[in-house]
Design a protein around this ligand. Structure first.
Ligand SMILES: Nc1ncnc2c1ncn2[C@@H]1O[C@H](COP(=O)(O)OP(=O)(O)OP(=O)(O)O)[C@@H](O)[C@H]1O
Ligand SMILES: [Mg+2]
Length: 324
């Protein structure tokens, strides 16, 4: 199937007073029509910066240094202001982790949904109101017409996230980026929201870029998984294949850290150390300091991707080696 979005060799840097932060270093990722991609990795590895780059929402001191992001044939990174604004929200929409900060507390829910509808679709106020109620119904809010007059604080956290999804869907985007859409919610509501996202994605044939810490969520929802570490993608491939046979020692470490119910263990497995924040390109493999199978040769040069199978990519020269 054709790629609707192709990120190639993206580099994003934050120039802070005290030092530079190389937040994204050479990320390449393609998204097919109707596909769900799960982007995972520990805090600070560059997931959100990658997502913001797609909508060109990186502001100073941040800068997209190089790379290309091709959406339906055109490079988003080369577009002028009006062209990128025509894409934001309409072609590619995004929902965030904390809905309360994305909704304006002094405006009604109806006003906020209609604002986006009137901006992107040429509807008059009456049509926009009807469509807004219809969207609220689609995301499972009871009594939608009346609820248009409510303010954000009159909704629960889960309902506010549903409203955010309604706003994101209002212009029927081709791609929805969901950046940790449920981490602020309890487990039952989380499951409902993810289920809703999956249903809508299937019904609309929309592509979904799902950013999460939760490997269980990715296993259930994503066709493809990409695992990020310190600004780079370490491993990517079809979700079921990666889960069955993770090849990068980092992926294996992440999977090992998931508690398993029927296994008795004194302590949870963790990966020792933390994700480094880099100011300069590292010599060789960035995971080397934490890697259980690292060797001297790993420090010699930048590690290229190897392709161990159909559609799979692993950035490790010792991929799959026995971990003692
Ligand atoms: N506005 C900013 N100013 C300075 N540094 C930033 C800024 N935004 C991101 N960074 C840095 O870029 C790196 C990547 O951050 P990013 O927000 O993409 O991480 P993340 O993978 O989304 O993490 P989390 O799971 O915690 O959301 C981090 O080192 C972060 O400190
Ligand atoms: Mg983030």
């Amino acid at each position: 199937m054709e790629n609707i979005l192709e990120i190639d060799d993206l580099h994003v840097k934050f120039s802070l007073a005290e030092r530079d932060v190389l937040a994204v270093r050479g990320v390449s990722l393609s998204v097919k029509k109707g596909e769900t991609i799960g982007l995972v990795g520990e805090s600070g590895c560059g997931k959100s910066v990658t997502a913001f780059s797609i909508l060109r929402l990186i502001n100073p001191p941040g800068k997209i240094v190089s790379g290309s992001i091709i959406y339906k044939g055109d490079d988003i990174l080369k577009m002028d202001g009006p062209s990128i604004r025509a894409i934001r929200g309409k072609e590619i929409a995004m929902i965030f982790q904390e809905p309360m900060t994305s909704l304006n507390p002094v405006l009604t829910i109806g006003y906020q949904i209609m604002e986006s509808i009137i901006l992107h679709l040429s509807m008059n106020k009456k049509e926009a109101r009807e469509y807004a109620a219809d969207l609220l119904a689609q995301v499972g809010i009871p009594d939608p017409s009346a609820r248009l007059n409510s303010y954000p604080h009159e909704f629960s956290g889960g309902m506010r996230q549903r409203v955010m999804i309604a706003i994101a869907l209002s212009a029927s985007p081709s791609i929805l980026i969901a950046d940790e859409p449920t981490t602020a919610l309890d487990v039952t509501i989380q499951a409902q929201i993810l289920d809703l996202l999956m249903k809508i994605q299937e019904a609309r044939g929309m592509s979904l870029i799902l950013i999460t810490h939760d490997l269980g969520v990715v296993a259930n929802m994503a066709d493809t998984i990409a695992i990020m570490y310190a600004g780079e993608i370490m491993e990517q491939g079809e979700t079921s294949l990666v889960y069955r046979n993770p090849l990068h020692p980092y992926t294996r470490g992440l999977f090992d850290a998931i508690p398993k119910i029927n296994e008795e263990r004194a302590m949870l497995n963790t990966i020792p150390g933390t994700v480094p924040t880099l100011s300069a390109e590292p010599e060789g493999c960035v995971y080397h300091p934490r890697c259980p199978i690292g060797a001297e040769e790993c420090l010699e040069k930048k590690i290229p991707f190897i392709q161990p199978g159909e559609g799979r990519q692993v950035r490790c020269i010792r991929a799959g080696a026995q971990i003692s």
